[in-house]
Design a binder for this molecule. Structure first.
Ligand code: GTP
Ligand code: MG
Length: 242
């Protein structure tokens, strides 16, 4: 069967409600199942805005956002939620148990699936270290776990749903470089058939992506692989050196 999860942005321009100027202009790209697309760019470039358009946190002003050829504006919320898992830049946890948090997108998931997702997200040790395990309670706002743990639990939650498309918005920044590398290796093995879109700050996180989009001031200024961009993109070189 054909793999699902092809994402296409066609000449997308977006303005926040009430704002004067667009924060994204003429964005076009395709992300394919089995591949990793990365988005990098300075703070305020529009990365989070861009990835919020696929799960329809906002709708575009002009252009199209398509999932397997269908405009997302024609899909209902439950279809998008079951097919696209987004790990937000500021991940949220609910007050309740770890289990409750992990099952959020897929209530029928088995315990084995939960542990499998935790292992991939490098969060298994953290959950195992207390005897309460999956029943450990998360305080409101997730204040009793660290930022890095919150990120990893949020990644595990996305993995549990087994979507066609993963969106990771700066999800690896709170991790040390070694954990980041381990997590992405495990992730790669588990998301082989899915489309993976990674927003990153660190070049090391995305150097092995199939394609990298360099975003600046709401526009894609350069695109290519890491090696190509090192040769051709002054903006990319600046990010590498920063
Ligand atoms: P970092 O996460 O800091 O790396 O930035 P980013 O690349 O994710 O930028 P983001 O998409 O968050 O913001 C792009 C532009 O949109 C910036 O100028 C923001 O100030 C603006 N912006 C972001 N969110 C909102 C919003 O909810 N309303 C309005 N009016 N503007 C917003
Ligand atoms: Mg952002």
């Amino acid at each position: 069967a054909e793999k699902k999860g092809r994402v296409e942005f066609r000449d997308v321009t977006f303005k926040y409600p009430g704002a004067e100027a667009p924060v994204l202009s003429n964005i076009s790209f395709t992300a394919e199942p089995g591949k990793t697309l990365a988005i990098i760019g300075s703070t305020g470039a529009g990365k989070t805005t861009l990835v919020s358009l696929l799960p329809r946190l906002y709708d575009v002003a002009s252009g199209d956002v398509l999932l397997d050829g269908v405009p997302v504006t024609k899909m209902d919320a439950s279809e998008i939620t079951s097919r696209v898992s987004a790990v937000p830049q500021k991940p949220y946890l609910f007050s309740g148990t770890i289990e409750h948090n992990l099952r959020f997108g897929k209530p029928e998931a088995t315990d084995e699936e939960l542990w499998d997702a935790l292992e991939t997200a490098q969060a298994k040790g953290f959950v195992e270290e207390k005897s309460s395990g999956l029943n450990r309670r998360i305080a409101q706002g997730g204040t009793n776990v660290s930022g890095g743990q919150r990120q990893r639990l949020s990644i595990a939650r996305a993995l549990v749903t087994k979507p066609n498309v993963y969106l990771f918005d700066d999800s690896f920044s709170a991790l040390d470089v070694a954990t980041d590398a381990r997590l992405r290796k495990a992730l790669k093995a588990k998301t082989r058939d899915a489309t993976v879109i990674i927003v990153a700050q660190r070049v090391s996180t995305i150097a092995d992506a199939d394609e990298i989009l360099v975003l600046d001031n709401g526009r894609i200024v350069d695109r290519g692989t890491h090696d190509e961009l090192l040769e051709t993109s002054p903006t990319y070189q600046e990010i590498v050196e920063s």
